[in-house]
Design a protein around this ligand. Structure first.
Ligand SMILES: [Zn+2]
Length: 249
C-alpha cells in the first residue's frame, strides 16, 4: 500500500481498478471502493500485510456500483460485518429494486466483452446506508455525478483537497488503463455519457476546489489537479453540443 496524501493510501497489488484506504486511526478506517471480485485474495492479503484486519474497517464507500469497484463489498459485509455505503440510485440497482442497464452495446470487441462480463456477474448487495448529495461521511462530501452509472459520486475531502472520482474522471485511458491521461467518463461503460459529461461540468461550474485526483483507474494526480483537469476537458470533443463551460476559481 502506498501513501498518496495523508490519510489516503492506494492498494498497490490491484490491477483491475483502484482501491484506497482512508486511515484516520482506529474507528476511522474506510475503503474507497472494494475492487473486482477476481482480486479478492490480493485485497485481503494487502490489507493484512499492511497491518489491518478486514473486520476493523469502519466502512466501504463505493464510488459506483460496477463490479470492478463494488465487487468485494458483499464479501466484506458478510464475512467481516463491514458497513457498505453507496449513493441511493446505485444502491437501488445493487439491491435489485431498480432496473440494471445492460452494457456491451457500444465499443470494440474487447469493450463489448468486458461489458458482457459486467452484465453476467454484476455486483449485488444491500448497502447498509444509501447516500445523498450534501452529506458528509468520513470527512468526505458526497457529490452526485450521474451518467457513468445512475448513482456515481465524487467524494471530496475538503481538509486535504483530495477528490475521489471513481470512473467519472479517470487518470488513464480505458479499457486497459496503462496509458496515463485525463479522461472523462467512458462511452462503452456509461449508461449516459452525455449526462456524465454534464455532471463533470456542473461540478466544476459550482467551483468546488481540489488539488489531487484519486481516480478509479490510473495513478493519482497529485498537485494542481483541478487546473490540469479543466485544461484537458476543454480540449475534448463532447458527446453532444452545448457543453457548459466550467468557470475557473
Ligand atoms: Zn465503472
Amino acid at each position: 500500500m502506498r501513501l498518496v496524501v495523508h490519510p489516503f493510501h492506494r492498494f498497490s497489488t490491484l490491477f483491475v481498478s483502484n482501491v484506497y484506504l482512508l486511515d484516520g486511526g482506529k474507528g476511522d478506517r474506510w475503503l474507497i471502493d472494494s475492487g473486482h471480485w477476481t482480486e479478492r485474495w490480493q485485497l485481503g492479503a494487502e490489507l493484512r500485510r499492511s497491518g489491518y484486519r478486514p473486520s476493523e474497517l469502519t466502512g466501504v464507500l463505493l464510488t459506483h456500483r460496477h463490479s470492478d469497484h463494488a465487487g468485494n463489498a458483499l464479501w466484506l459485509q458478510r464475512e467481516f460485518g463491514v458497513k457498505i455505503y453507496a449513493h441511493r440510485a446505485d444502491a437501488e440497482v445493487l439491491a435489485g429494486t431498480a432496473a440494471r442497464f445492460r452494457l456491451g452495446q457500444k465499443g470494440n470487441l474487447l469493450e463489448r466483452a468486458l461489458g458482457a462480463i459486467e452484465n453476467r456477474w454484476p455486483a449485488q448487495l444491500r448497502v447498509d446506508r444509501a447516500l445523498d448529495t450534501g452529506e458528509t461521511i468520513a470527512g468526505l462530501e458526497v457529490h452526485h455525478v450521474p451518467g457513468h452509472t445512475e448513482g456515481s459520486v465524487f467524494y471530496r475531502h475538503e481538509r486535504t483537497s483530495c477528490l475521489m472520482t471513481g470512473d467519472t474522471l479517470l487518470t488513464a485511458r480505458p479499457p486497459l488503463t496503462i496509458v496515463k491521461d485525463i479522461v472523462p467518463p467512458y462511452d462503452a461503460y456509461s449508461i449516459d455519457v452525455a449526462q456524465a459529461h454534464g455532471s463533470l461540468d456542473a461540478f466544476h461550474a459550482a467551483g468546488f476546489p481540489y488539488q489531487h485526483v484519486l481516480a478509479g483507474h490510473g495513478q493519482p494526480l497529485v498537485d494542481d489537479a483541478r487546473t490540469k483537469v479543466l485544461r484537458a476537458l476543454e480540449k475534448l470533443p463532447r458527446p453532444t453540443g452545448g457543453a457548459v463551460r466550467p468557470h475557473s476559481v
